[in-house]
Ligand binder design. Structure first.
Ligand code: GDG
Length: 473
């Protein structure tokens, strides 16, 4: 089997220094879980930034490179200023909001595009240095949208796949991007470009037609005589592993802890939200809708509680610092207005919680709130479903997340409609048990059958198919 070279901005490992010793620890994100199989089975490599600015000394860089090699990972070294401009300013400061339809968050003038280009070129160098004929290359996400074309130029015969984890916006929105031509041409260097939903694939084809004036269908674009396939691959989670981990005794212990603080016979139904602290995740409107629930249904006071986990994220980007303060104030206002000596309506945790606690929250949630204003897929929704072996709990899901295209048995909300969302929260809370179960059963069937392994396998099979199709052309 040919080797798989995975390329993503961040490596799936964390370099940490403890007591003067350097350790490389694998991190267990969804992507790492899904790709671990093909990565190991094919003797492949994972190429990316190790999360640290390049050490000044060549000796130290060589030491770290060697430690990373033990995990079949290859570092792409970026300087501190490259990290700032490529990762923070352009990728997270400009591309992220634009692709999530939040044009007002895009800086008035996007600076440092040249650094984005230079960083993509560093990644290209690193891949070319590792490439052997026959290898398959799989590039991930919005930080590396120029990379497929850079690789195509250097490795004309390579099999190159690209997957976008965030939405591809409608062509009306995408057309506002100053570097729109370069981005489309960059992506079209691949043999296969994958998206989470049919809508994103359509938006991409429409943008190619409108901006590059080239013929494009939602499943294929012909670029200079070469066919680029466009495919839909909704990413899943490792459903079986979530279910197994959620049933462990340490999770039961956490569940018991969650019930503490509740007076006996005093049943408090839990609403739960789990997100990176990001303005795309819809947390302020979620809180306002929860507040509306308490206003419209005073009988629910002291009977419901929202636990919102907000994991610190991209704290170096200005928009995230401002957003954090706004959220702190909103939580304070709601708790100040409605709280009683024995009850706090919103428990807000601005930190990452340990795995066992996260799984306990999924299991304890009467209503899981996944209400981003825009989200490529949203794995939290699928993890929640995977953990509900009891076939209970209601998922409230924004219609603007990729997962909504698949999880049609969730209660769908428009997160911008705060009053409508409050009404949906009430419906979720009061839904009869047999309806909850029927919906959860259907949700579980989907999440279990199209899991993260099926996602990786189907993308790689489609990439293989492009090779066969090209050979017979
Ligand atoms: C991007 C796209 C797309 C969160 N809090 C804790 C914690 N988490 C874990 C969750 C989940 C992950 O973080 C978040 O994944 P999402 O998919 O929800 O969101 P993004 O990070 O924005 O990811 C997204 C994804 O790529 C994949 O293509 O779905 O649309 O934006 O796995 O469990 N984990 C722990 N403690 C926490 O407090 N242990």
């Amino acid at each position: 089997m040919s080797r798989l070279l995975i390329v993503s901005n961040r490596l799936p490992v964390t370099v940490s220094i403890m007591d003067g010793e350097t350790h490389v620890l694998p991190s267990m994100g969804g992507l790492a879980t899904g790709l671990r199989g093909p990565h190991e089975r094919t003797g492949g490599l994972w190429i990316g930034w190790p999360g640290q600015a390049a050490p000044a000394s060549a000796k130290r860089r060589a030491e770290l490179t060697q430690l990373l090699a033990a995990h079949r990972t290859v570092p792409v070294w970026l300087t501190r200023s490259e990290v700032t401009h490529f990762y923070e300013d352009v990728s997270n400061g400009a591309i992220w909001p634009l692709f999530h339809y939040l044009i007002d968050q895009v800086p008035l003038r996007v600076e440092h595009w040249d650094v984005y280009e230079a960083a993509n070129a560093h990644f290209a160098e690193a891949v070319v240095a590792q490439y052997r004929p026959g290898d398959r290359i799989w590039v991930h996400d919005y930080q590396l949208m120029l990379l497929p074309a850079l690789l195509r130029r250097r490795l004309p015969d390579a099999r190159i796949g690209f997957f976008l984890h965030i939405p591809f916006p409608s062509d009306e929105v995408f057309a506002t991007m100053p570097a729109r031509d370069a981005v489309l041409r960059g992506l079209l260097g691949a043999d296969l470009v994958g998206f989470h939903t049919p809508a994103y694939a359509r938006h991409f084809a429409e943008s190619v037609r409108r901006i590059l004036r080239m013929p494009a269908e939602p499943d294929a674009v012909v670029m200079e005589g070469r066919t680029v396939r466009v495919g839909v691959f909704p990413m899943g989670v490792d459903a079986a592993a979530y279910e197994e981990r959620a049933a462990r005794p340490e999770v039961d212990a956490q569940l018991a802890d969650l019930a503490l603080g509740t007076a006996p016979g005093h049943d408090v139904a839990l609403f739960v939200g789990v997100d990176r602290l990001d303005y795309t995740k819809g947390i302020p409107r979620r809180l306002l809708a929860f507040e509306q629930l308490l206003v419209r249904h005073p009988e629910l006071r002291e009977r419901v509680r929202l636990i919102q986990v907000a994991v610190p994220s991209r704290t170096a980007v200005g928009a995230y610092q401002k957003f954090r303060h706004e959220l702190d104030a909103l939580v304070g206002r709601i708790n100040g207005a409605f709280g009683t000596p024995r009850w706090t309506p919103v428990h807000y945790l601005y930190r990452s919680v340990p795995d066992a606690q996260l799984l306990a929250l999924y299991r304890a949630a009467r209503v899981m709130l996944v209400t981003p204003v825009r989200d490529g897929m949203n794995l939290v929704a699928k993890e929640f479903v995977a953990c509900r072996a009891d076939e209970d709990g209601v998922l409230v899901l924004s219609e603007f997340v990729g997962a909504a295209a698949e999880l049609t048995d969730a209660l769908c909300v428009n997160p911008y409609d705060v009053d409508g969302a409050a009404a949906t929260y009430y419906r979720a809370l009061t839904m009869p048990r047999d309806e909850r179960q029927a919906r959860m059963r259907t949700l579980r069937a989907r999440v279990q059958s199209y899991d993260v392994h099926a996602w990786a396998d189907s993308f790689l099979a489609a990439l293989e198919e492009t090779r066969r199709a090209a050979a017979s052309e």
